[in-house]
Each structure stands twice: as C-alpha cells, then as structure tokens.
Design a protein around this ligand. Structure first.
Ligand code: TYD
Length: 402
C-alpha cells in the first residue's frame, strides 16, 4: 500500500484478519453470503509519523443513504457540541459576520449551535440519511464528499470561509493531499481549521484496537498532524484533549504565521515524544498487545458461557465489528446486541451476524453480563443502568481487561 502523501510503500505491521465493513448492518439473512470482506491491517509511515490502515473499501459503499450514525441520538454528544461551539466563540475564531463550514456535518448537531446564534454556516456530508435530518431543521447542506471539487463550488458560490470545523470526519478521508488542497481553496488568510478525532496516544495506552475499522483510515497524533500540514504551508498551533469517543484530540490549524504556537501544544508534543509515538517499534508492540488482549477477551467470555451465564452486547457500535470479528465472537457467546438507534433494529451485525434488538429487550430480562461495546459512553450508561448493576448485572469490556 502506498501512502497517499509521500507515495512511500508501507508494509503491514499487524493484521486483524478478514473484516466486514463496520456499520454495514445486514437486513436480510439471505444477504449474508454477499457480504464484502477486506483485510484489516495497519502500518506506520515513519517519515510523517502517520498511523494508517492499509486497505479500505471505497467510502461510497458506506457513507450513503443507509449510513446509520446520527450524532443527535447521544445527549452527551449534543452537549459536547455546544461546549465545542462555546470554546471556539471564546477564542474569537468567528464573529457575527463570519461564515462557518463544517466537514462531515452529519445530522447538524454541531451546526445547530451556529444557526441558533445567527452565524452563517454550511455543512458538507455525503451520508444522505444524516444530511436529510440536518436539512429538516433548516440547515444548508451539500450532500457530497469534501474535496477540491466541492471546495471550488463552495468558493464560487460563497467566497472564502472564516472557520472550518469538523469532528470525527477527517480520519475518514483517504487523500489528505486533496483534503488540504481543498482547505487551501476555501479558508481565508487569517482563518482556522479546527477538528477533533480519536487520539492515537489514548488508543495505544488503552489497547483500544476497536478504534481501527474501515471508516478510520488514520488515527492521528499531534506529531503526524504537525508534519502533514507543514508540507502545505499550514501550521498546527494549539491542541485540546477531549474525553469523547474514548479519548480524542482537538487540533487547531492556521496558515503559517497566522497564529502563535501555544505552550499547551508544546507540552502535549513532548508527551507524545516521551511515549515514542514517532517510533515504529511502538506499533509493533501495540500489535503484540492486541494479540494478548484478543486471547484474554475470548477466554473471559468462554468462561462465563461455561458457567451457563447469559451475555448480551450493549451498543451496536462500529467499533464492535472489529472486536467481534477479530476475537471470533459469535452468536454462541453473545445472544443479541441492544441499541437505541431505530435504524439498526432487527438487523444483523457485520460478519458475525448477531441480531440487534431494541433497547427494551435488555430491560425486559436482564442477562448476567453485558459486553459494553459502547464503552466510550461508559459514564452516561452506568448512571442510566443502576438497576441492572444493583441487581448483580455486570458490564464487561476489553478496556477493563488491560
Ligand atoms: P458511537 O459512540 O458512535 O460509537 P461508534 O463510532 O463505534 O459506532 O456509537 C454508540 C452506539 O451505542 C450507538 O449505536 C448508540 C448506542 N447507544 C445505546 O444503545 N445506548 C446508550 O445509552 C448509548 C449512549 C449509546
């Protein structure tokens, strides 16, 4: 696999085996045979310190009218986006005359904050299922991928934008050359590009290998983002760790010289260097840690089943696709998965075909164990599920097994 930025040939470090597409919940049992699998493996480009998966299906196959992810279903995330808005406001990254663009606007949960405060804004998102929800609340959305072509259209219609924001979307874009060229077309001279993503250091520390799936082509670090954007005359000038999605990082980018580099960024860069995020050996060790954890997970679940206890899955997350398929967990171990997203109900999980049921099936007849696939929402879920835990029910996840 060639790195799209340096053209360098990257050899795989670790493989999770044949993997279906995460979020590709299957409606009909007769379609099991048609399921698409690819080889999920990761590599590390030492030149630009970039962690990436080697093979990924074309995004048109999943960011479409069937995409089942809606930010607005999580109160915690809705709250998070209000705080994200307030933080940008406090930093004066926009004002009442600004024009704001969001890359990957999903159901409009973030942009609604700008809309509410009468700030002109525009979203870009190829997932029609999500964009339709944003349009229904009066937001202006372009149903497309953000690339040079889309950026030219935006520039021709609206001119330059003062702020580009994004959350959990940039790591989905394979061609970072094209992404940065597109940003160059629409971003004003003094403007900022602010985005947040799953954070590599958190993934390495937790061995949360389930952050790796077809939609997450890259897992970024500050060192990588700094190197990549520097190639194009942009500069990473600040960062802010976030607790969302099991540990994320917010990145602040401007054109070279437009903003001063903060001390906070220098401190976090040093932490990454201390943790050897720029070294190949770190990722070889991570691969080994994944293998050890895989075996621990399987043994733990097998022991529960041998004791004749029931296990269900809690949250049909995209992440659960990597756990179930890599660790060989099927219907003999997990009875079903409950989820609050109506679009996922009665469908089957990718690869292992465990059925997704409405949340009520959990409350109706508590099992002894629930595998917390939505471990990134642990705080919110533990508060909600006191009845389950006080009745002796136990949540388990690989994060706690480490
Ligand atoms: P998400 O956090 O977006 O993870 P991923 O990106 O890996 O899909 O997904 C959380 C899933 O968990 C989503 O399908 C909704 C579900 N969920 C519940 O079923 N109950 C809950 O209380 C919460 C917070 C989420």
């Amino acid at each position: 696999m060639n790195c799209k930025i340096t053209g360098k040939l990257l050899s795989p470090i670790h493989s999770f085996g044949k993997m279906p597409m995460a979020n590709n919940f299957i409606e009909n049992e007769k379609d099991f045979e048609k399921e698409y699998f690819f080889n999920l493996e990761f590599s590390f480009n030492e030149e630009i310190s970039l962690f990436q998966i080697n093979e990924y299906p074309d995004a048109k196959n999943f960011f479409n009218e069937k995409y089942p992810f809606f930010t607005g279903l999580s109160k915690y995330m809705v709250n998070h986006f209000e705080k994200y808005y307030n933080s940008l406001n406090k930093k004066n990254l926009f004002n009442k005359n600004s024009f704001v663009l969001e890359i990957g606007s999903n159901d409009g949960s973030f942009l609604k904050n700008f809309q509410k405060n009468n700030i002109k804004c525009l979203g870009v998102d190829p997932s029609k299922s999500a964009s339709d929800k944003a349009k229904n609340v009066g937001l202006q959305i372009i149903d497309d991928f953000f690339n040079v072509q889309t950026a030219k259209k935006i520039f021709n219609k609206f001119g330059k934008v003062d702020l580009i924001v994004s959350a959990n979307a940039i790591c989905h874009i394979p061609d970072l050359n094209d992404l940065i060229s597109a940003i160059d077309i629409v971003l004003s001279e003094k403007g900022s590009f602010v985005f947040e993503e799953n954070y590599l250091l958190e993934m390495i520390k937790k061995t949360s290998f389930d952050q790796i799936y077809n939609e997450h082509i890259y897992i970024f670090s500050l060192i990588a983002i700094d190197k990549v954007f520097s190639l194009y005359g942009f500069k990473l000038y600040d960062c802010e760790p976030q607790s969302t999605h099991g540990g994320s990082m917010r990145y602040y980018i401007c054109r070279e010289g437009a903003q001063k580099v903060t001390n906070r960024l220098k401190i976090h860069m040093q932490i990454e260097i201390k943790n050897k995020l720029d070294k190949f050996e770190t990722y070889v060790k991570f691969g080994n840690d994944c293998e050890i954890l895989k075996s621990k997970i399987y043994k733990k679940l097998k022991k529960i089943k041998n004791d004749n206890k029931r296990i269900i899955g809690y949250g049909a997350t995209a992440k659960s696709t990597t756990i179930l398929n890599y660790c060989e967990i099927d219907n003999n171990i997990i009875d079903f998965i409950v989820d609050t997203t109506p679009e996922k109900h009665w469908k089957f999980s990718p690869g292992k075909h465990i059925q997704i049921l409405p949340y009520e099936f959990f409350e109706k007849d508590y099992p002894e164990y629930a595998y917390l696939f939505a471990w990134n929402h642990k705080d919110e879920i533990l508060i909600k599920e006191k009845k389950f835990t006080s009745n002796g029910g136990k949540f388990i996840s690989h994060i706690d097994l480490k």
